[in-house]
Design a protein around this ligand. Structure first.
Ligand code: 4AD
Ligand code: MG
Length: 464
């Protein structure tokens, strides 16, 4: 059996003990003294382990031909390192070459540094790089911490459907799911596509949010959340939009907007603390190579209270800023990412809970405030990226909800099951959605969400 590199580097084995590690060569260099230094990584931690191979090894000639990317199985004794860097290294007894790299000169990951755009175009090989390896471990750490946070706080994880007939956000940005033959579509007498002949007997889509479904479980289980993939056919070619992204959506019964703002703050603090504690190695890399503020930012987030702000006040602040924004500021407009970043980065210098947006720019399910102009909505805006969370208190009053449906030209029939939740034992309830890739980008300082998801889906790109 072999052991993970992390166990060797963290000293789980005594100096002099024999271990086997298996992984891939990151670098290899020869020393004049007749030995070869091989850095072997296996994904278990940021650093590779240094393997020292002496020219007395029977396959030393082959070892000297090892290049980046080759796979190896190394049996070796643990040794205190004489050089700087890692405290422990391995003295090879046997280096078995498992897989060669053909044509090392044309191996796409051969050079030491590639641009992030180049790596994106080699999504099947980029996990081998130290940057994507670090992102991948942080992403894993965050998702485990999110589940742990909710579990420890009594939340029940609900799997909501990926195929659905409802447009939760009402933005019409859905991917259609159909089994109809596109070249021979069945048509109705009215000349419309006859979806009654489709697999589900009606038009269906990939979900944009699990919220409406999870609300049904909230109205029985009290504290619930979803964590799953969501899809948006919005043609936004930006560094913070994906066509397929993961979202975490808690929904809480008997909870106000401020209750879930507090929940969001507690959750973000919990998961950032987990990253600082569990992934110090990767965070040190991000702070050194990607964003020098990466660790400070998390430490500050964990230790300070989030600032709350009203949308109406934010508009005044933006107007008074004297900045010329690409999109003009006026009460009633949605905040652009430029506005969000100004507020979070320059005005506050940390995350903001932005509350009470105009109802006309928000979804149909949000609870109308007493002023009749705004809804009990909140976004959490983070420095560097802008909106990472969108949430609200939900309209639980049937009469008010029906008026809103009518105002927006939506039919009661389409929302009959959602209305039932308001007819049978309705309760005030609130929830939010955290964009997982935006969180990973925020934590690591990576500039583009395409580099924090293994296989990004964006307009014009669904390779792999
Ligand atoms: O603000 P959104 O659209 O809210 C909802 O979907 C609600 N139903 C959530 C809820 O209350 N349960 O999306 C929530 C978050 C955003 O704040 C953003 O972080 C992320 O999802 N998001 C995206 N992330 C990557 N690519 C996209 N195209 C995204 N669209 C939204
Ligand atoms: Mg939003």
């Amino acid at each position: 059996t072999h052991v993970p590199v992390v166990d060797v580097l963290q000293g789980r084995f005594a100096v002099g003990e024999t271990v086997t590690v298996k992984g891939w060569v990151r670098t290899r260099r020869d020393s004049k003294a007749g030995l070869s230094f091989i850095a072997v990584h296996d994904g278990s931690c940021f650093d590779p382990v240094q393997v020292i191979a002496l020219n007395s090894l029977e396959n030393y000639a082959d070892i000297q031909r090892l290049t980046a990317g080759c796979s190896v199985s190394v049996t070796a004794t643990v040794k205190a390192s004489e050089g700087k860097g890692q405290a422990l290294e391995l003295d090879a007894e046997r280096v078995e070459i498992v897989g060669w790299v053909e044509n090392p000169d044309t191996y796409p990951m051969a050079a030491k540094r590639h641009s992030i755009e180049y790596l994106r175009e080699h999504a099947h090989l980029r996990p081998r790089t130290n940057v994507i390896g670090a992102v991948t471990r942080i992403r894993n750490c965050l998702s485990q911490a999110i589940h742990r946070f909710f579990h420890e706080n009594g939340y029940v994880w609900i799997s909501t459907p990926i195929m659905t007939a409802s447009d939760t956000e009402g933005a019409g940005e859905m991917f259609r799911v159909s089994t109809l033959d596109m070249l021979n579509l069945p048509m109705t007498d009215k000349g419309e596509v006859d979806y009654s002949q489709d697999f589900f007997g009606k038009e269906t889509y990939l979900t944009v949010s699990g919220q409406l479904n999870v609300e049904t479980y909230c109205a029985a289980m009290s504290k619930v959340y979803t964590f799953g993939p969501t899809f948006r056919a919005e043609n936004s070619n930006t560094s913070r939009h994906l066509a397929e992204f993961w979202m975490i959506e808690p929904e809480v019964a008997f909870a106000s907007l401020d209750d879930v703002a507090g929940l969001a703050e507690d959750m973000l603090k919990y998961v950032c603390k987990a990253v600082l504690e569990e992934r110090a190695d990767d965070m040190a890399f991000f702070a050194q190579r990607i964003d020098k503020d990466a660790i400070n930012r998390l430490e500050k987030l964990v230790s300070s209270d989030f600032v709350h702000m009203d949308y109406t006040d934010a508009i005044d602040i933006l107007k008074a800023s004297g900045k010329s924004f690409e999109f003009p500021v006026e009460w009633g407009v949605d905040l652009s990412s430029e506005h969000e970043r100004y507020l979070a980065e320059e005005h506050v210098g940390g995350p903001i809970v932005m509350k009470n947006y105009p109802k006309d720019i928000k979804a149909f399910y949000m609870r109308i405030n007493d002023d009749e102009k705004t809804v009990a909505a909140m976004d959490i805006l983070a420095p560097g990226i802008g909106e990472i969370i969108g949430g609200s208190q939900r309209e639980e009053r049937l009469d008010v909800f029906d008026r809103r449906l009518e105002e927006m030209g939506l039919s009661q029939e389409d929302y009959s099951w959602y209305r039932d939740l308001r007819r049978y034992g309705t309760v005030p309830h609130s929830g939010f959605g955290l964009g997982f890739e935006r969180l990973v980008a925020y934590v690591t300082g990576m500039q583009n969400v395409r580099d924090v998801i293994p296989f990004p889906r964006t307009p014009g790109n669904a390779q792999y």
